[in-house]
Design a protein around this ligand. Structure first.
Ligand code: PMP
Length: 355
């Protein structure tokens, strides 16, 4: 190793799901929405003037924040926006988890949490999910430097109720509690109503799933003025202009179309409920998903084998080679046609295995 190399940071990064590019592929591996963004977003993209790009964007992304404020009924001073909820969560780790005590989160959850903890040198402790992949809330009654819970959780797809989240808040009034609600719009229960009561609560959501805008990178957090201004102070000590002009304009436009949002999430939910029945008939089991994906295991065929078989046919699902979940596939809910093809391919393969 050369001397200068000794000063280089070594870290094992988060590995996102692959982004293959085949014309015939069915992409069910990164929980994207199979439907396009609201029509207003397409219109806005056509109207945007390239000339405007010569200027810096508004550093507070005011237009977007104001629209979030209108749609969710929360004051603009209580809203933080970032480049996807990954950026928002990363800034929260950097701002809110500065204790010597460990931050707590489940052992099976969004696998970026421990990467941020290591990157920002935040001590952390993972709390094991039970046999049915449920969070054991009593685990979070212990002293800590913060709590982060994905609700619904990923990749398990399980959503806990408001009482469950409130109980964790009740027991954690001395640290910041973050609820990552990336998937909440597909049937989960949001903790937004608890914001008035708990000023140590942050609720994080994203445009990547329910608003079909993963490619635009917009995430947001709601919290008390004190917390939100602290996160902005850290963000502004790092990069004042995280939100680009097209994202601000298109994000605001997407929010205005509530009917489209409800129609799209409704369609994903309806497809999910149908696919649950069909996968069950093929011998799969899974927790009762409140998300836009299913976390499925098969009664006789290993998940790794199914993953590879599907991959060869250009049907991409997610497989985690990790303890306790290495016999599960995380399958994003696509369009009805995509899911029909998935079921057809699985059925054909499983019939072949039985013969
Ligand atoms: N939280 C959870 C639980 C997720 O699964 C994801 C998606 N990978 C994110 C946050 C981040 O999503 P984004 O940065 O696209 O908003």
């Amino acid at each position: 190793m050369k001397n200068w190399e000794k000063n280089i940071r070594e870290i094992t990064p988060y590995v996102p799901g692959e982004q293959p590019d085949f014309p015939d592929m069915i992409k069910l591996n990164t929980n994207e929405n199979p439907y396009p963004p609201a029509p207003g977003v397409t219109r806005m993209l056509k109207e945007l003037q390239a000339d405007r790009l010569s200027l810096y964007p508004n550093p507070e992304a005011k237009l977007l924040v104001n629209e979030l404020s209108v749609q969710y009924g929360i004051e603009p001073e209580r809203i933080f926006v970032g480049v996807g909820s990954d950026d928002v969560l990363g800034m929260i780790f950097l701002t809110c988890f500065c204790s010597e005590k460990p931050v707590l989160f489940p052992d099976i959850t969004y696998s970026f949490y421990d990467v941020w903890a290591k990157l920002f040198r935040v001590p952390y402790r993972t709390m094991p999910l039970d046999e049915e992949f449920r969070i054991h809330k009593e685990d979070y009654y212990t002293e800590n430097g913060g709590v982060i819970i994905a609700n619904p959780n990923a990749p398990t797809s399980i959503g806990e109720g408001l009482d469950f989240i409130e109980d964790i808040l009740e027991h954690n009034q001395d640290s910041v509690v973050v609820v990552d609600e990336a998937y909440v719009d597909f049937g989960g229960e949001s903790a937004l109503s608890l914001l008035e009561k708990y000023e140590n609560l942050l609720v994080v959501q994203t445009f990547s799933k329910s608003r079909s805008m993963a490619g635009m990178r917009i995430g947001f957090a709601f919290g008390s003025k004190r917390l939100i201004s602290a996160i902005y102070a850290v963000r502004n000590s790092y990069n004042s202009y995280t939100m680009n002009y097209p994202s601000i304009m298109c994000g605001a436009e997407a929010l205005k179309d509530r009917a489209y949002f409800e129609e799209c999430t409704g369609r994903v939910i309806a497809t999910r409920e149908r696919v649950k029945k069909e996968l069950k008939a093929l011998g799969f089991s899974f927790p009762d998903s409140k998300t836009n994906f299913l976390f499925a295991t098969h009664e006789s065929v290993p998940a790794a084998e199914l993953f590879n078989m599907l991959r060869e046919k250009h049907i991409f699902v997610r497989y985690f080679k990790m303890p306790r979940i290495d016999n599960y596939l995380r399958i994003t809910i696509g369009t009805d046609a995509q899911m029909n093809r998935l079921i057809e391919v699985l059925k054909e393969y499983l019939d072949g295995c039985r013969r």
